[in-house]
Design a protein around this ligand. Structure first.
Ligand code: GDD
Ligand code: MN
Length: 374
């Protein structure tokens, strides 16, 4: 009895946590300490903790955080090895929290932490479910952005319009606070690809959210470099596809099909080259074009469609050979089905398309199983 009372006392000694701040990091060693200092100042009067989610930084960020977390109870770290992705990192950090409200902020000081209390209170006091930092409303601004980046950001924002169930002025922002139960409700439906966790969140909720917007000026990076690369655009398209056609067909099949279309172009190009420029016989030219197009399809799918299971080195060659095998069987299926349909309906182009579709779907399914094994 006495023992129990003592234990309860220990647990209740500190005021309950009110806010978890999730901070994704990838090589942010120079920013972690200044950020924590700034958070301490901005969040005075709120019981908060920081949950860093590190995806295999190699610049000492996780070691630095380990040291800080050992002496500062407000700091925790989720460490992921061999995985990468901003959205999934944020979700994992948020799911590791137990506070009623979760905020997300970049580690690189580009998000103005001074509006965090406003985001927090919009939810805790004013009954909103989501509060976002915005560069496109109120006092918000994009700071020192080049006109070209502004245009891209606006274009991407416009594309997002149709899939959002909640109107947001800045769905691309990675700076927001949300009620944890709302996040849990959305979690099973999230696409989890790419960078756009906020967009994913509002697109995944079956209903509009009560949202508050607070303007801020996007800062300039002082330490380290941006991790946004050429893949970001592709991941954005994947997110949009998953949220629209994803219910009916796998996004990878759409990508596989798009690569296949390009492959037809490559085939015709090679055929023209071999036949007309090099003067080879048709059969040889066609054979060379087939091999060339298959190799092209393999390389592109390996680079984009299946970059999560990308084959390298020896495995690349093994993958290519298995892809040749898969496509050969696909060709047999293509001709077989095509002939069957032709016998039935005598429409040459219907038969051609039917054969091509069956062949392509076979290639997709079989290569996902044989070539890009998990
Ligand atoms: N854990 C983890 N894993 N963190 C990551 C990853 C990742 O794969 N990629 C980036 N980060 C971390 C960075 O360390 C940084 O703290 C934050 O996520 C933002 O990454 P930046 O590389 O600085 O992105 P940015 O500044 O170019 O883009 C930011 O602003 C955009 C606004 O236009 C991001 O917040 C974007 O989501 C946002 O759209
Ligand atoms: Mn940044």
């Amino acid at each position: 009895m006495l023992h129990q009372a003592v234990e309860l006392q220990t647990i209740a000694r500190e005021a309950p946590l009110q806010l978890s701040v999730v901070i994704p990091t990838l090589n942010e060693a120079g920013n972690v300490k200044p950020l924590l200092e700034k958070l301490g100042i901005a969040l005075a009067g709120i019981e908060w903790e920081a949950i860093f989610v590190d995806d295999g930084s190699t610049d000492g960020t996780p070691e630095l955080l380990t040291g800080i977390a050992q002496s500062d109870r407000r700091v925790r770290m989720v460490r992921r090895i061999g995985r990468r992705g901003l959205s999934s990192a944020v979700v994992e950090g948020a799911l590791a929290s137990t506070t009623p409200i979760v905020a997300v902020i970049d580690a690189d000081l580009q998000h103005d932490e001074r509006i965090l209390p406003d985001l927090f209170r919009a939810i805790s006091d004013q009954g909103h479910e989501l509060a976002i930092g915005t560069r496109y409303a109120g006092n918000g601004s994009t700071g020192e952005w080049a006109e070209s980046r502004l245009k891209i950001s606006r274009f991407a924002t416009a594309l997002a319009g149709p899939i959002m169930k909640t109107r947001l002025s800045d769905p691309m922002s990675g700076f927001f606070a949300v009620r944890r139960d709302v996040l849990l409700e959305a979690a099973p439906r999230l696409s989890n690809v790419g960078y756009k966790i906020l967009l994913d969140l509002v697109a995944s909720m079956p209903r509009p959210l009560k949202v508050a917007e607070v303007g801020y000026t996007f800062g300039t990076r002082q330490h380290g470099a941006s991790k946004l690369d050429e893949m970001v655009a592709l991941e954005y398209v994947e997110l949009l596809l998953d949220k629209t056609v994803g219910r009916f067909v796998p996004v990878k099949l759409v990508q596989f099909g798009a690569v296949g279309m390009l492959g037809v172009g490559v085939h015709l190009l090679l055929l023209d080259l071999a036949l007309n420029a090099l003067g080879l016989a048709f059969a040889w030219s066609q054979a060379a074009a087939v091999v060339g197009a298959m190799t092209f399809n393999f390389a592109l799918n390996n680079r984009f469609t299946y970059r999560d299971r990308q084959l390298k080195g020896f495995a690349w060659i093994g993958g290519l050979l298995s892809f040749y095998l898969v496509c050969s069987l696909g060709a047999v299926a293509n001709v077989g089905i095509g002939s069957l349909v032709y016998d039935q309906f005598h429409g040459w182009w219907i038969a051609g398309i039917a054969g091509a579709i069956v062949g392509s779907v076979w290639n997709y399914v079989a290569s996902g199983w044989l070539t890009w094994t998990r």
